[in-house]
Design a protein around this ligand. Sequence first.
Ligand SMILES: Nc1ncnc2c1ncn2[C@@H]1O[C@H](COP(=O)(O)OP(=O)(O)OP(=O)(O)O)[C@@H](O)[C@H]1O
Ligand SMILES: O=C(O)c1ccc[n+]([C@@H]2O[C@H](COP(=O)([O-])O)[C@@H](O)[C@H]2O)c1
Length: 205
Amino acid sequence: MSQNFPIARPGMRIGLLGGSFDPAHQGHAHISRVALRRFGLDQVWWLLSPGNPLKAKGPAPLAARMRRAREVMPDPRIKITDLEQRLGTCFTADTLRALQAHYRQVDFVWLMGADNLIQIDRWDHWQDIFDRMPVGVLARPGVRLRARCSKAARVFAHAKLPGWRSQELAAGPAPRWCFINMPMSSESSTRIRDAGDWKSPAREA
Ligand SMILES: Nc1ncnc2c1ncn2[C@@H]1O[C@H](COP(=O)(O)OP(=O)(O)OP(=O)(O)O)[C@@H](O)[C@H]1O
Ligand SMILES: O=C(O)c1ccc[n+]([C@@H]2O[C@H](COP(=O)([O-])O)[C@@H](O)[C@H]2O)c1
């Protein structure tokens, strides 16, 4: 199972940013850099999803999305991975369980944009995600208020770390989460697809 898994030293702090990345864009790059700095992370791993279980339409082929992600994000601290494909998982709770079992001495943080805080309560075993590892939420234009009032924010209100204590997030223990306000990027994959600026091999055919 460990073939071609990224190497991580014991004690490393690693953020996991899951997504369709269909395609990757500067918004992903921006929040990854902010997460590295604000949460004191050593690395961020992008987990390119084989397919979001809540989206009816599948994404572009994984190989094409991986190529594009590497072009967008050449920073050596950001690892572009197809770990979900390798693990055979598509539900986040399963992925995180498998990664923690594989990398027992790594401190992982689940990262997501504020739009996903609004809908995470629809994900499979979503409370397990909060119970399993710290969660870092990055502001996204237009959804900050709804995110703050979301079901997840209410259920885990007791576990919220204020933004000024973000450096403490990765050390845990879970449940513990932190919302980061920052200069935001309005970039989105939807906009790029709608503008016709992302032509994966399958879509060109
Ligand atoms: N501009 C952004 N600001 C903050 N978070 C973002 C931004 N773009 C993406 N994210 C976050 O990155 C993760 C992966 O996002 P995803 O690959 O779905 O991109 P997207 O632009 O949201 O795609 P789509 O428009 O297809 O929904 C999600 O947690 C999402 O919230
Ligand atoms: O586990 C779930 O039920 C689940 C449902 C919807 C989305 N997710 C994950 O959320 C992340 C963001 O997905 P996306 O498609 O919005 O980029 C990605 O890692 C998905 O696998 C996970």
